[in-house]
Design a protein around this ligand. Structure first.
Ligand SMILES: NC(=O)c1ccc[n+]([C@@H]2O[C@H](COP(=O)([O-])OP(=O)(O)OC[C@H]3O[C@@H](n4cnc5c(N)ncnc54)[C@H](O)[C@@H]3O)[C@@H](O)[C@H]2O)c1
Length: 327
């Protein structure tokens, strides 16, 4: 099986690759070839008995998508994206990567589909940012996207493209609306949602973290381990039950900042909690107020997708996966 991963150098790409390395039988058939595409060089994890090709370049550049699809991957995992903060700050870059880059990939597949019937499975990374406040009581897959950001709009456009190219038999497509993934490993990034990870990751490493919003803020989360699990499941299940509705809200955990902090207290004690410095930031608070607090993922759950049950589980997964000791 040949897998193309775009955005392979990113966080979810790295977690998916680690999962494949740990569990080579996860996809039900051997991975013989991997093409890892990103604007930065992706690291192939040790232990994967596959031919690995690392491709560095901008997916939206002319010819880039053609070069990736020329290898006729059986599975395309499309993760490359300009994420929320940057897509809002740089309108052109967001549309270029998130819409033009995706369209270029799908068009290359269409050309090969017309010529030779090529039809890969195509997993598209969408986001709960396709929804915007005010939210209905029940936020499930029957609620039409109403994004309040350019990023959310671009992700919603991608969902529609995926559905249409799937309906026409060009790809066997599935879209996953990821919850906010915590705890994001590595250095803090500038995403407005970054503090949800930072207030756990930094104290667990003995460092100070800034909390810019109230403890009462509630949001929808899943761990990087669950994100990798969503991709594995999406790669293997029968997609016929999806019908024309190709995108699914992924399961997650609805929790408040206070609940995150309580889980940190249980795991690492008072000293770790004391490293969280409250520094209200009205701009961040305003952005966060436009995000969903909980979603209804019963459709995905009925198809076998599952996620973390508590922040205790999420902290434990982070500590185990990143090799961090408790404070
Ligand atoms: N992490 C989350 O909480 C979350 C939530 C919802 C949706 N998602 C989506 O999941 C996907 C992966 O997320 P992530 O957290 O791993 O993001 P990430 O930022 O860590 O990784 C994205 C990768 O895409 C690459 N990229 C960006 N523009 C590119 C271009 N023009 N050409 C080639 N590569 C390019 C980046 O270099 C980066 O390595 C993204 O599509 C994101 O929108 C993530």
């Amino acid at each position: 099986m040949h897998i193309l991963i775009t955005g392979a150098a990113g966080m979810i790409g790295a977690k998916f690759l680690q999962r494949l390395a740990r569990d080579p039988g996860a996809l039900g058939r051997p991975v013989t070839r991997l093409t890892l595409a990103d604007a930065y060089p992706a690291a192939a994890p040790d232990g994967l008995a596959a031919a690995v090709e690392v491709r560095v370049g901008d997916l939206a550049d002319t010819g880039a998508a053609a070069a990736l699809i020329a290898g006729r991957p059986d599975l395309v995992v499309h993760l490359a994206a300009v994420v929320s903060g940057e897509a809002e700050a740089d309108f052109e870059k967001g549309y270029r990567v998130n819409v033009t880059g995706l369209t270029a990939l799908l068009e290359e597949i269409r050309a090969a589909n017309v010529a030779e019937g090529y039809r890969p499975r195509f997993i598209y990374a969408s986001s709960i940012a396709v929804h915007g406040a005010p939210f209905p009581e029940r936020l499930d897959d029957d609620v039409a996207p109403a994004p309040l950001t350019s990023y959310g709009t671009q992700k919603a456009i991608g969902e529609l493209l995926l559905a249409d190219y799937s309906r026409r038999g060009i790809v066997d497509g599935i879209g996953l609306r990821f919850p906010t993934i915590v705890i994001r490993p590595g250095a803090p990034n500038k995403a407005a949602s970054g503090f949800f990870s930072g207030i756990l990751r930094e104290p667990l490493a003995g460092k100070e973290a800034v909390l810019p919003v109230a403890d009462t803020v509630r949001h929808w989360f899943a761990s990087p381990r669950s994100a990798a699990g969503f991709l594995v499941h999406a790669a293997t299940i029968d997609l016929a039950p999806l019908g024309q509705k190709r995108t699914l809200t992924m399961p997650g955990l609805s929790a408040t900042v206070a609940e995150e902090i309580e889980a940190l207290r249980r795991f690492a004690g008072e000293a770790a909690v004391a490293l969280i410095r409250r520094e209200p930031d009205p701009a961040v608070a305003r952005i966060v107020a436009g995000w969903p607090e909980r979603l209804d993922a019963r459709r995905a759950e009925s198809l076998g997708f599952s996620a973390d049950r508590s922040f205790d589980d999420i902290i434990r997964a982070h500590v185990d996966d990143e090799g961090i000791g408790a404070a």
